[in-house]
Design a protein around this ligand. Structure first.
Ligand code: ADP
Length: 265
């Protein structure tokens, strides 16, 4: 803990003394440090693909000029590096938008059953390409809550994409919706969205840090699968904006379950 201490003399009605003020600076210093770390991380994440792009441009101008096969290969790499920068900028923009709106209550009436069904369907091509089966378990009828459609779709996309990407070929991903029921964790009625995978699981030491920006268990693997390290940070902010809670349970060798509890009514 660090304090900023200031003192100033006062005198009033024949009495005089000193006012001493202790201001807790720990929080401010911490926020400042987080901001600096974030800027350093963003710069690093952008610099890596940029350095590769610049390097390949040089090679294409020089040694690879007359070699059609090499040129094609390098252009392919350049394209994937440019796509990586694009995903990073897209996620940074969503994160900043979500943060800006965090204190504004979402007001759209949304049917979660339809939203989950639609989102799961839109992720079928990725699932098929990866060799993962994505299934849903949804209540009959509708389940309405107040929320932000685009943001809740983003939560589902990020959780299901992660489950598909990290669980890998042969795995099963299940998306289920239950409730509304009394949920002590949101101190009222709430619904539960669960995304469960039969992947490799997550070592418990990583779990508390998963929603930090740019936190990845295996940076190489995340990059290889198109990850930016921002997906769960975005999920966390959206869930906070909806006054919900996010939980992660995982067993190594068995799989992982992300649970989002959202207040309903
Ligand atoms: P990324 O863009 O790297 O996927 P996220 O913020 O979405 O970033 O996730 C952070 C990290 O959490 C990932 O890099 C991965 O190591 C781990 N992770 C997330 N979801 C799963 C999952 N379903 N199974 C195993 N690991 C996961």
């Amino acid at each position: 803990t660090s304090f900023r201490v200031t003192a100033r003399p006062v005198s009033e009605g024949g009495l005089s003394g000193v006012i001493v003020c202790f201001e807790d600076e720990t929080h401010r210093a911490h926020a400042e440090q987080m901001r600096r770390d974030f800027v350093a991380n963003v710069s690093h994440e952008l610099k890596t693909p940029l350095t590769a792009l610049i390097g390949f441009i040089d090679t294409l101008r020089g040694p690879a000029r007359a070699d059609a096969a090499a040129r094609d290969r390098f252009l392919g790499i350049m394209e994937s590096e440019a796509n990586r920068m694009n995903r990073l900028v897209r996620d940074l923009l969503s994160l900043s938008r979500v943060e800006a709106e965090e204190r504004v209550r979402p007001t759209e009436r949304i049917d979660l059953v339809a939203l989950i069904r639609e989102t799961a369907r839109s992720l079928q091509p990725l699932a098929q390409e990866t060799g993962v089966e994505v299934t849903t378990e949804l209540p009959a009828g509708t389940t309405d809550i107040l929320g932000d459609t685009d943001q809740l779709r983003q939560v589902l996309v990020n959780l299901v994409e992660n489950a598909v990407k990290y669980a890998g070929a042969g795995a099963v991903v299940r998306v289920s919706l239950t409730g509304p029921a009394y949920e002590p964790r949101v101190r009222g009625y709430g619904v539960r969205i669960r995304v469960t995978d039969t992947g490799p699981g997550i070592d418990p030491v990583h779990i508390p840090r998963l929603t930090e920006r740019f936190y990845r268990i295996d940076t190489h693997r995340s990059r290889e699968r198109g990850g930016t390290g921002l997906g769960l940070a975005i999920v966390k902010h959206i869930v906070n904006r909806h006054r919900g809670r996010l939980f992660v349970e995982s067993t190594l060798g068995e799989g992982t379950e992300f649970t989002v509890v959202l207040p309903a009514g």
